[in-house]
Structure formats: C-alpha cells, structure tokens
Design a protein around this ligand. Structure first.
Ligand SMILES: Cc1cc2nc3c(=O)[nH]c(=O)nc-3n(C[C@H](O)[C@H](O)[C@H](O)COP(=O)(O)O)c2cc1C
Length: 160
C-alpha cells in the first residue's frame, strides 16, 4: 500500500523546525503544511501525520496544541511529533504524546533536537544552540523517519 504522509509544522522563531521537517518530508515523500499560514486542514486522507514545532515555554506551539485538541483520528492513522528546543534537557512532546494517545492515534514517537534560540536573556549573549539544526541533526531526523515511519509495524512484538 502506498503511504500518504503529511508533516504539519509551526516554525516561527528562526525557521529551525522547518529545516528538520524539510529533511523528513524529502525522506518520506510527505506533504508539508505550515499551520500558521493555513489553519483549517483536512488530514483525514493521511496514513501518517507528523506534528512539529519549536518549544515555547516547555510546550509545543499553540497552533499545534489546538490542532491536537480539535482533531479526530481514524483507527489507522499514525502520528509522530517533532520538537526543536534551545535547551534540550527533557522530552518536550510528552504532553502532546499523552493527548494523542488518549485520542486514539497510533503514536510513533518524538524526534527532538536543539535549535538556535535568541529568546530573552539568551539573545543578549548572542543566542544558544547557534548552529542547530545542523547537518547531523538533519541526518538523525531522516533516520528517525526511516526507522519509525517507514519501518512501521516491522518491529517485533510492536503493540498498538
Ligand atoms: C518565546 C519563546 C519561548 C521559548 N521557550 C523555550 C523553552 O521553554 N525551552 C526550550 O528549550 N526552548 C525554548 N525556546 C527556544 C525555541 O524552542 C527554539 O529556538 C526552537 O528551535 C525554535 O523553533 P523554530 O525556529 O522552528 O520556531 C523558546 C523560544 C521563544 C521565542
């Protein structure tokens, strides 16, 4: 079966997340949609949905959170998340993952890497994670979708 995939993203700070989702979309042959430009999206035709954004005050972008709140998943839809963050000390997609699972999506996991951050005091020191996402981050992102999305259902004993 031909898999139809889309990655919906918000990348508003420095375009960090956009760099990652472009690499992933190329690897997957997925459509890309910027949720800050187009709010009413019909995702019903997709087998795989990626939801991606920078991290803002420990959470995903508001528009992505709203989409998760409002969407209804069909039984066969698979969802993964992508977060880019200035300070990468925890998985910032935990809340989104919980919500997605509550709503019946098949959750494939989160890809996270650091992204150039000039928010608040970090801006005064020239920003942090200055050269991220870099080529290595993009390679890891491609590997994530190869393994988690293209390899869907191939792992032994995978449970729903
Ligand atoms: C208002 C604001 C709040 C942020 N809050 C966090 C945060 O809580 N934790 C973190 O690690 N990074 C935080 N960041 C940094 C961004 O998550 C990071 O730069 C991200 O890569 C931005 O992605 P984008 O360029 O795709 O929008 C924040 C940035 C801004 C502008």
């Amino acid at each position: 079966m031909l898999m139809k995939a889309i990655i919906v993203y918000a990348s508003v700070h420095h375009g960090n997340t956009k760099k990652i989702v472009e690499a992933m979309a190329q690897e997957l042959g997925a459509d890309l949609a910027d949720i800050t430009q187009k709010k009413d999206m019909d995702l019903s035709a997709y087998d795989v949905i990626g939801l991606a954004s920078g991290v803002f005050f420990h959470s995903m972008h508001e528009e992505i959170r709203k989409l998760i709140e409002n969407i209804t998943f069909s039984e066969n839809q698979n969802v993964f998340t992508v977060t880019t963050c200035g300070v990468g000390y925890c998985n910032y997609a935990k809340g989104a993952a919980r919500k997605l699972q509550e709503k019946g999506a098949r959750y494939l996991g989160n890809f996270q890497c650091r992204g150039y951050d000039t928010f608040g005091p970090f801006g005064k020191i020239g920003g942090i994670a200055k050269h991220h996402p870099n080529d290595r981050d993009k390679d890891k992102a491609r590997k994530f979708v190869r393994e988690k999305v293209k390899g869907m259902g191939k792992e032994k004993g995978r449970e729903r």
